[in-house]
Design a protein around this ligand. Sequence first.
Ligand SMILES: Nc1ncnc2c1ncn2[C@@H]1O[C@H](COP(=O)(O)OP(=O)(O)O)[C@@H](O)[C@H]1O
Ligand SMILES: [Mg+2]
Length: 237
Amino acid sequence: MSLFEVRDLWVSYGKALILEGLSLEVEEKELVALIGPNGAGKTTLLKAISRVAEPRGSIFFEGQRVDHLSPVEVVKRGIIHCPERRRLFPDLSVEDNLRMGAYLRSKDKDGVQRDLELMFNLFPILRERRTQDAGTLSGGEQQMLAIARSLMSQPKFLMLDEPSLGLAVLVKKLIADTIKDIRKRGMTILLVEQDAVLAFDMADRVYVLELGKIALQGLPQELMENPYIKEIYLGIV
Ligand SMILES: Nc1ncnc2c1ncn2[C@@H]1O[C@H](COP(=O)(O)OP(=O)(O)O)[C@@H](O)[C@H]1O
Ligand SMILES: [Mg+2]
């Protein structure tokens, strides 16, 4: 069995059916990307996994069902959701935002201090901005802080929702390199990304979500040759 597995997941908001029998797997240390147009249900999937939305179906992590846990219990298992549009505490400093990421580890003071140093080594710009309010950072810096804050909770499985959203091309590239680096260090990642080019560059495997269903899946190099993907997602006719 894979480290993480979603089986036949259905999610509705009121009468609106958003996910219709979605299944997906992520192996240990794999970086899997989920692409798809706006409104396809990508964020809804991550919300269902972190139990902010109510799913029907099963979600397995490390061989155990996690679809009936509370949001805090999901975090305690090591499943961490880095949400869309970053959701930082704008009036708190960079360092305090990072410390918030470790709120469940309050007894582990030495470990938190060590990880704080690790984050400042991984993201040197955050060390420079350490005492600055998060709200004053650039878009790219805020995204790095959001990722670093997620890492402070010591995830076993990291879910990133559109980390490149609204960023300039060069900054997107920088974020992509950072994510690849985190993966190389052994992290298991589910990445939601609208930018298909970026997703194909980063991912080991890709799922395509359209109207609440997995339309296609495969290796990036296979999907990139698919005429439908070329036309719709890569804009190559
Ligand atoms: N809280 C909500 N209540 C009702 N509908 C929602 C809610 N959140 C999202 N939706 C709808 O669910 C669909 C999927 O949204 P979402 O998962 O955010 O898509 P994506 O992340 O792929 O852009 C959209 O049609 C959206 O309008
Ligand atoms: Mg979304």
